[in-house]
Design a protein around this ligand. Structure first.
Ligand SMILES: C[S@@+](CC[C@H](N)C(=O)[O-])C[C@H]1O[C@@H](n2cnc3c(N)ncnc32)[C@H](O)[C@@H]1O
Length: 247
């Protein structure tokens, strides 16, 4: 599907599953920092670098609105008034950012007391501008990277992400991307890099294949990292039957 059309159609089941994972992670992450009466960090930052306009063609919520929905659930937690909360939403498309602003307003998701940064910026520029906040150890950071393809999270970007203190990130990579474009020079180059690093990846009970192996390899920078692979099994009639997490 052409990138510009992504939000003009209903999200497919795989996308909805991905969004559910993002949202559930956010739901569990926020209270860790906002529940305590004496919060361990004075600020939290939520980044969505590929935010999109906020909904699909059917009004199904995309990642930025799901983040705000979960944030709304946390207003009454003990640490809320003692923590500065900032959300940072970026997308390269000015039209999508305008739509996102309007979706946030119309759903009354603009929480008072929360600092909003919603801007049309390319990932490379946004990431560069956000580095001071990402590197600040007074803040806890949650980062969503929902790119199409693999272009933006280069090994260098990945290394920076794992080096930021108190920074969790969810980075979506479709295994089909690497398989489909495996002969593309950019993928081949990254593929080599991924697989070279895989050698020092933490031992797994059974080998992961394809891009999951690649991800594990990239993450073997001495940090504690968790990987979550999910699979959708397509039925012969074109519907999706189930999704699963390999052990
Ligand atoms: C897979 S969609 C993200 C979907 C979003 N997470 C949601 O739930 O709706 C990828 C988005 O990245 C944007 N995009 C593509 N290239 C980009 C770039 N270089 N920098 C920032 N955004 C980009 C597209 O406009 C698109 O909205």
């Amino acid at each position: 599907m052409a990138l510009s059309n992504f939000h003009l159609k209903p999200f497919d089941e795989g996308t909805l599953t991905k969004l559910q994972i993002f949202e559930l992670y956010t739901r569990e992450w926020l209270p860790v920092f906002l529940s305590p009466d004496k919060p361990s960090r004075s600020e939290i930052h939520l980044f969505d670098f590929f935010s999109g306009p906020g909904t699909d063609a059917n009004g199904e919520l995309g990642s930025p609105l799901r983040i705000l929905k979960q944030l709304n659930e946390c207003c009454r937690l003990a640490g809320w008034n003692k923590t500065r909360v900032s959300v940072h939403f970026f997308d390269k498309s000015p039209a999508k950012i305008k739509q996102l602003q309007s979706n946030i307003e119309s759903r009354s998701l603009k929480l008072s007391g929360v600092a909003f940064e919603i801007r049309a910026l390319k990932f490379e520029d946004a990431f560069s501008e956000c580095k001071p906040a990402l590197a600040n150890s007074n803040g806890s950071k949650l980062v969503f990277i929902d790119q199409c393809g693999v272009d933006h999270v280069t090994p260098e970007v990945f290394r920076q992400l794992v080096s930021f203190p108190t920074c969790d990130f969810l980075f979506f990579l479709s295994s089909s991307t690497l398989h489909r474009f495996r002969d593309h020079p950019a993928i081949m180059l990254r593929g080599k890099h991924f697989f070279r690093l895989t050698i020092s990846a933490p031992a797994k009970s059974r080998p992961l294949s394809g891009s999951w192996s690649s991800c594990c390899g990239l993450a073997s920078c001495g940090m504690k990292l968790m990987f979550c692979a999910y699979a959708l099994n397509a039925a012969s009639n074109g519907t999706t039957q189930k999704w699963s997490f390999p052990n």
